[in-house]
Design a protein around this ligand. Structure first.
Ligand code: G1P
Length: 307
């Protein structure tokens, strides 16, 4: 089973930096955003390897993941064995590349990888979000397993003002994923709002890409982690341009709902960090720095000294 990671976007929000450095290679602490995403993908249940959908204009991405034997031996000569191992590890990460030759949308990017998914279910991970604890994909897998390998997508609760930035799902609150990661039936009596709590699982019947708040079927937004059935690739082969003039993955999923069951799992937005805007990338760096007491102490000290 493959994990598809679309990474062919222009990165306009980070220009002029992204004139040469792809946004997927921008760092969170000392590691490119994309490395976090590939590591998460490769650790997911059932994954044999990750496939990055790249643009031919971003060769630095491929270069980053190549072995650099010269650098490794220089580091070793200088007694920096740990760094040499780190560099070797990056070059050994299991992944392959496929090229999207025109920026025609997320659905088109995913379809570009159809030649390697072998008619099996596949994950899609949007590279804007990092999930350092790798906690989301195993939960999608559990829900999918219980429901005959159906498609499952991660969703978060958003406010009315945020709705138009996302794909929004609609359906009924069906089950709950408990703290042990096992599915339980939805309580027959539940308090209003419980359907939006972390762990709630919805059986979907509709989906809209970037709706107005009036047209949104719920406040549940697609988060950027999907486990999809192979039928999605068949559908993408004929999906037409939709919102924003792009071939939308959401539109293929709407068509999938006519043939197959699909579920959405409400996740805690704090399980991931969005890195898709300048402010969010800085915030993600600060949040990740907090996990390293020494680094965070040094950062806090420097910020205080600037006050
Ligand atoms: C994409 C998806 C959208 C999803 C969003 C999550 O949109 O099309 O359904 O909610 O990612 O970040 P994009 O942000 O690429 O416009």
């Amino acid at each position: 089973m493959k994990a598809i990671i679309p990474a062919a976007g222009l990165g306009t929000r980070f220009l002029p930096e992204t004139k040469t450095i792809p946004k997927e290679l921008l760092p969170v602490i000392n590691k490119p955003v994309l490395q976090y995403v590939v590591e998460e993908a490769n650790a997911a249940p059932g994954v044999s390897s990750s496939v990055i959908v790249n643009s031919p204009n971003k060769p630095l991405i491929e270069e980053y993941f190549l072995r650099d034997v010269e650098l490794e031996s220089t580091l070793k000569e200088r007694g920096k064995d740990q760094l040499a191992e780190l560099i070797q590890y990056v070059g050994d990460i299991k992944l392959s590349f496929i090229y999207q030759h025109a920026p025609l949308g997320l659905g088109h990017a995913v379809y570009t990888a159809s030649s390697v998914t072998n008619n099996e279910p596949f994950y899609v991970l949007l590279a804007d979000v990092i999930v350092p604890d790798h906690s989301i994909l195993p939960k999608l897998y559990e829900v999918s397993q219980v429901h005959n390998n159906c498609s499952v997508i991660a969703v978060i609760k958003v406010s009315n003002d945020e709705i138009s930035r996302f794909g929004i799902v609609g359906g009924t609150f069906a089950e709950k994923l408990n703290a042990q990661g096992k599915l339980e039936a939805r309580p027959s009596l539940y308090t209003k709002g419980e359907e939006y709590e972390v762990g709630s699982v919805w059986k979907l019947d509709t989906m809209v890409e970037k709706p107005t708040k009036e047209d949104a079927p719920s406040n549940l937004a697609i988060f950027g982690r999907y486990l999809l059935s192979p039928r999605v690739m068949d559908i993408l082969s004929h999906t037409q341009k939709g919102a924003g003039g792009e071939i939308q993955l959401t539109d293929a999923l709407i068509e999938l709902l006519e043939d197959e069951e699909m579920y959405a799992l409400v996740i805690d937005p704090h399980e991931g960090y969005d890195t898709g805007t300048v402010a969010n990338l800085i915030a993600a760096n600060v949040s990740m720095a907090k996990r390293d007491p020494q680094l965070f102490a040094s950062l806090t000290e420097q910020l205080k000294s600037q006050e």
